[in-house]
Design a protein around this ligand. Structure first.
Ligand SMILES: [Zn+2]
Length: 177
C-alpha cells in the first residue's frame, strides 16, 4: 500500500505513530527536505522516525520554487528506490495541506502506472488515530478536590505557627572583579 499525505498541521511524533499504525516507511518526497519549522527538517525527521524514514528527492518537484508546472525530477528512479527498499507500505510525505495542488498527487498518479499497489491519501481518521486527544480541562476548586480525596471526612484547616523563627540572615555580597 502506498499512502500520500502532507504534514501541514501535524506533529512529527504523530507522524511517527501514523507510520507505526500503518506499518509504513515514511518517504520524504520534497525536492529539498528542509523547512522553516526545524522539526520537519531531514535530520530532525531522521531522529524521530529512525529506520522508518527515507528521502527520495527523485520524487521532488523541480519547479517547486518558481511556481511553474509540476515536474517530477526522476519518477522512474524514485519508483526503483521504493522497490529496492522492499517495505510493505509507504507514506509519501510532502508539506502541503492540499493534495490537489501538491506534487504528491502527480507522483501518486505516476506510481499507479508502474505499480499494482493501492495508492491513496491518508484519511483524516487515520491521522486522528495517530494524534493524542487534548487533555480535558477540568476546573476543580480545592475544596471539591479535598472532598473527593477525603470522602466523608471533614476538611480540617491546619494552622501552623512557627515557633522561634530564625532571624533572617544578612546576605553576603560577593563582588566579582
Ligand atoms: Zn506538496
Amino acid at each position: 500500500m502506498i499512502y500520500l499525505t502532507g504534514y501541514h498541521g501535524h506533529k512529527p511524533q504523530d507522524l511517527r505513530t501514523l507510520a507505526l499504525n500503518l506499518e509504513a516507511v515514511v518517504v520524504d518526497i520534497r525536492l529539498s527536505p528542509v523547512s522553516k519549522m526545524a522539526e520537519w527538517n531531514k535530520v530532525s525527521l531522521m531522529n524521530t522516525l529512525a529506520a522508518r524514514y527515507m528521502v527520495v528527492q527523485e520524487f521532488g518537484n523541480v519547479n517547486y520554487k518558481n511556481g511553474g508546472e509540476i515536474r517530477i525530477k526522476n519518477p522512474t528512479e524514485g519508483a526503483n528506490r521504493l522497490m529496492r527498499r522492499g517495505a510493505k507500505n509507504y507514506i509519501l510525505l510532502c508539506g502541503c495541506r492540499d493534495a490537489e495542488t501538491c506534487h504528491r498527487t502527480v507522483v501518486g498518479d505516476f506510481l499507479r502506472t508502474v505499480s499494482i499497489q493501492a495508492i491513496r491519501e491518508v484519511t483524516a481518521e487515520e491521522w486522528a488515530a495517530a494524534t493524542p486527544a487534548p487533555e480535558p480541562v477540568v476546573e476543580v476548586t480545592q475544596r471539591e478536590w479535598l472532598r473527593e480525596v477525603q470522602g466523608e471526612f471533614p476538611v480540617v484547616e491546619q494552622v501552623t505557627t512557627e515557633v522561634n523563627p530564625r532571624p533572617a540572615r544578612k546576605k553576603k555580597v560577593v563582588q566579582h572583579d
